[in-house]
Every structure is written in C-alpha cells, then in structure tokens.
Design a protein around this ligand. Sequence first.
Ligand code: SF4
Length: 270
Amino acid sequence: MFDQTLITEDAESSLLVSSAAPAAEPKDPHGFAAAQAVALTPLAPPERLRALRQALDGRIVFTHGFGIEGQLIFHWICEHDLDVEVVTLDTGRLFPETYALWAETERRYGRRIHAIYPNQLALEALVARQGVDGFYDSKEKREACCSVRKVRPLDRALAGAQAWITGARADQTEVRKDAGLIGYDESRGLLKFNPLFDWTREAVLAAVEADGIPFNALHARGFVSIGCAPCTRASAAGESERSGRWWWEQDGHRECGLHLPRSGARVRTA
Ligand code: SF4
C-alpha cells in the first residue's frame, strides 16, 4: 500500500501543494539556522532529522537522487515515519539502473517518491535549440540543459517549503563544504539541511550495508556519483568522487546548479 502524499497538479506550474497552512518564517532565519546547527551537530543523522522536523511546522522537502546518501536518508525518513515530502527530479536521461532502483525502493518501503519533471515547453525549446545531446558542445549548453531538466524543476519542488533536505556531504566538493550542516538559503528563502554533512562516503556505505538498504547496481561497476546517463561515467581508482560527472569539462566545479550558491530573487512563494 503506497502512502498518498497530498499533491495537486496545477496545469501551469505543477506546484506541490500541502494541506498544511504556510508556516511562519523565523524572524531571524540566519540566527535560527545557526542555533539549529549548534543543537543538531552533536546528534546522529536520524536524530537530526527528527529534531528538525520537531523544530519546524512547515513543509520539509527531501530531494532524492538515488545516491547512497539519499537511500540512507530515505530509509531513516521511512523508519521514523517523518512528515517529510520526498521528491525526485526525473530529468528523462537517467540510467535504467536508477529507474530500477527507484522502483525497488518504492516496493521495499511501500511509499511513493513523487517525480518532478521538466516543463514540457521549456524542454522542447531546449532540444530544438541545441539538440538532444547539445550539452557536450559547451559549458553554457550543458548548464542550459541542467537548468531546464534539474534546476527549474527543483525550484518548483521547493516552492513554499520551509526546509530542504539534501544528501550533500562536506568532502564531496568545496561548494558543499561551505554549505555547512544547516544554513539559510537566501535565494530560495528556506533552510537547507544536509544531515550527512560530516559523514564520509565510507561511513555512508557501511550504514547502507548494515541495514541492507538497496543501492544502484552501477556502483559495482565503478560509478561513484551517479547522475544523468550521458553525463556520468565510471571513475578510476584515485580519482575524486565526482570525477565521473561531466568529465569532458576541464574547469568544472562538478555541480549541476542544484547546490551552487545562488543570487537573485527568492523562489519561495506563499
Ligand atoms: S546532467 Fe547532462 S543530461 Fe542531465 S540535465 Fe545536466 S546536462 Fe542535461
């Protein structure tokens, strides 16, 4: 039996809509985030998740990318029956193994993971403009594809949320290290919470194996960080964790825009 998350579709915006009333925003969100960081840091990640849920009365959204970190966080959300919306950004270019893991995970936990898709018109315009694999041509075209297939769908998924849970770890990239355990994302107007911030990949793997949590079959074939199929390859021994992402780019920060510091107007809507 699948959990039926409260979701309605608007033809224009496809916003996620919760039955909960909009939460009051803390008067000093940066101060609130700093206080939460002090309170949450000594706790184990499952307790961090529970504590943040108790501290907030608004929507909390977890974006699941089916990496090992995400699988572990999803396991804890289900195990503790936390009131957290779980969404995934289906770019349309994922590996067959990722779709298989998605289905296996839903079966195992009996819970639907809500898929957010790119805007149809924006996707058609993108492919018409730069071709179906235009992202190989330049960094600008790659970022345009990531924007249509990932970043804008993420904006919709997070609209109106009070907090965003991610599987980011500090030792993955410099950008992620700067994010901290929890912080206030000015551009999106929400708290960004990384419960595995101070964990290593080895610790995550050990926890996944200890609890028998399913993971992507591609990991056994040398894939470390797994994203879209045309933009991910296996990493060689000794290469960095995200070296298999957009490997043809020489100067890359190996981010698709989801975790980059953003400037500009707030995305959050009432
Ligand atoms: S990872 Fe590649 S296919 Fe996926 S959205 Fe970015 S450029 Fe497009």
